[in-house]
Design a binder for this molecule. Structure first.
Ligand SMILES: [Fe+2]
Ligand SMILES: [Fe+2]
Length: 144
């Protein structure tokens, strides 16, 4: 499982989304720590459930930001979120039905790796659109 290292280059400049990403990175690292500490399966599964819940609510906030920013890749990006959510739900169901240590660990690793790659490759594409939105907002008469 890869450790999630936050750096300012990953900031989009929107506090709520950056806080979400930092929190997701922290949660991924907690999973990593629990896995390395050879924690019991229910503890790992609980931590995994927390990451999943937070990921779902984060997707909603990020999709709202994309709409506000008029991001042209909105539909494709939402499709990535939907696909990951569906796959995670299937894995979650499998883990709940048969919570073996190996299964929970594989799911934790797959989710962590997906989230890291998604933030680094896909979410970063929003940056110029978010910056433009902020420029427009700060130059509007109401902002003066
Ligand atoms: Fe994100
Ligand atoms: Fe995203």
């Amino acid at each position: 499982m890869t450790l999630a290292r936050w750096s300012d280059s990953l900031a989009l400049g929107v506090d709520v989304i950056d806080a979400d990403h930092r929190r997701l990175f922290d949660a991924i690292n907690r999973l990593h720590f629990l896995d390395n500490a050879d924690e019991n399966v229910p503890t790992l599964a609980n931590a995994l459930g927390d990451v999943l819940d937070y990921t779902r609510s984060h997707f909603q906030r990020e999709e709202m930001l994309m709409r506000l920013a008029g991001y042209p890749g909105y539909a494709a990006h939402c499709a990535l979120h939907r696909k990951a959510t569906e796959q995670a739900a299937q894995w979650e169901a499998r883990c709940l039905a048969d919570p073996t240590s190996a299964r929970v660990r594989i799911f934790a690793e797959a989710l962590s790796d997906w989230l890291l790659a998604h933030v680094q490759k896909e979410d970063m594409k929003l940056k110029p659109y978010v910056q433009r939105l902020q420029e427009v907002q700060s130059s509007s008469p109401e902002a003066a």
